[in-house]
Design a protein around this ligand. Structure first.
Ligand code: FAD
Length: 350
């Protein structure tokens, strides 16, 4: 007997996806770990590799017509995929074409375009400023609008949070009612870690950014270098310590990471997942981690912080697919590597 849930893709739906895409770009039972920055999780029953906004719209229409549940994946930098995989179709958005209009200072990007280096390098090379702040953040354009990507304003002030919405001119969407239309930035109702895309089944096909020429290329490069250095000093490198960035939402004036740190949880490890010593709000895939290990660490951090401080932490990441129960094991504690200099160490020393 097969215990695995049956793939809810009818032969007709599969045939349709194979007609919309080149046959080798629609596949069954595809491991998703390599397509996420956390490098963990199960397989997708169906996987569509889309390469243009038109293909993306066509696959979405087909999925909706055939009633196939789907999930749209960008760079997978804000998602945890369950160990039991995803029932239905994962649409991997690799629609990446870019167009710079020097007359209007606008850049149009298909929604699978990668923010950095692709889009940001293209804009900066054209002398257009506005996007360079978001250097080094793993994201597609679609994921960035979903999240309203944000980062601190440039040094030396670093006195406010800047949001991607400040640069969004308009976007082409496939609305949940099936219409394909262009909408202005207001449509997205942007907030902190929020856009209307959280609450509607609209999909961004392409976005147009309104940039400006007020800043020299040298100053833009300076900001990019400073922001990349800021990240390198605080975040684990994705190639050796895969993560999804911050696990819990910011608590204004308190800091989720600070609470976890104060509870002595840096270095806590369950299975292959660990709370990094670099930043207590970032969990890393230390070695063959399962989503169940991460979920157990999330419970550990949430319960400990609530018990010891009264604050209830809320996750800010997207949980996708089917999850096994959290790993039932006591945490072990991995000591900090004596050679590792964290941002907290630097702050203490200065
Ligand atoms: C090391 C690290 C550092 C980070 N630093 C920051 C930071 O400084 N600031 C910040 O804001 N975030 C940060 N993040 C979080 C992450 O980079 C953002 O959330 C990013 O926007 C995710 O984009 P993505 O393409 O990977 O989306 P995914 O993770 O693939 O998807 C996220 C959500 O967006 C939806 N989505 C994707 N594309 C579309 C589309 N075209 N239309 C509609 N919905 C769509 C997906 O369905 C999903 O619900 C960081 C993450 C990591 C790993």
């Amino acid at each position: 007997m097969c215990l695995r849930l049956r793939m809810p893709l009818s032969p007709t739906a599969r045939r349709t996806f194979r007609q919309v895409l080149a046959p080798d770009r629609f596949r069954a039972d595809v491991p998703l770990a390599p397509h996420t920055t956390f490098q963990l999780g199960g397989t997708a029953d169906g996987y569509a590799d889309v390469r243009s906004a038109d293909e993306l719209a066509a696959v979405l229409q087909a999925a909706r017509t055939h009633d196939v549940p789907y999930f749209l994946l960008g760079t997978g930098a804000n998602v945890i995929v369950g160990d039991r995989g995803v029932r239905g179709l994962v649409i991997h958005n690799r629609a990446r074409s870019l167009h710079v209009d020097p007359d209007t200072n606008r850049v149009r990007a298909e929604s699978g375009a990668v923010m950095y280096p692709d889009l940001i390098e293209r804009a900066v090379s054209a002398g257009l400023s506005g996007l360079e702040h978001y250097v080094g953040i793993p994201s597609t354009v679609g994921g960035a609008l979903w999240q309203n990507l944000h980062f601190l304003s440039p040094p030396p002030e670093r006195d406010r949070t800047m949001f991607l919405e400040e640069t969004v001119h308009s976007a082409e969407i496939l609305a949940e009612d099936g219409t394909r239309k262009t909408v202005g930035a207001d449509y997205f109702d942007f907030g902190y870690d929020y856009s209307i895309l959280h609450d509607r089944d609209d999909v961004v096909l392409a976005a147009t950014f309104q940039l400006h020429r007020g800043r020299s290329r040298a100053r833009m490069r300076e900001i990019m270098d400073a922001n990349l250095q800021w990240r390198a000093e605080r975040h684990p490198p994705l190639d050796t310590e895969p993560s999804v960035g911050s696990i819990f939402k910011k608590i204004e004036g308190v800091g989720a990471g600070r609470l976890i740190d104060e509870c002595g949880l840096k270095g806590a490890r369950i299975g292959g997942a660990m709370i990094t010593h670099r930043h207590a709000n970032i969990f890393v895939n230390a070695e063959d981690a399962r989503a169940a290990d991460v979920c157990a660490l999330i419970e550990l951090a949430r319960d400990t912080v609530e018990r010891e401080t009264g604050y209830r932490l809320e996750t800010e990441i997207d949980f996708v697919g089917e999850f096994a129960p959290p790993t039932d094991a006591e945490p072990t504690f991995v000591p900090k590597d004596p050679d590792l200099v964290t941002a907290a160490d630097r702050a203490k020393a200065s």
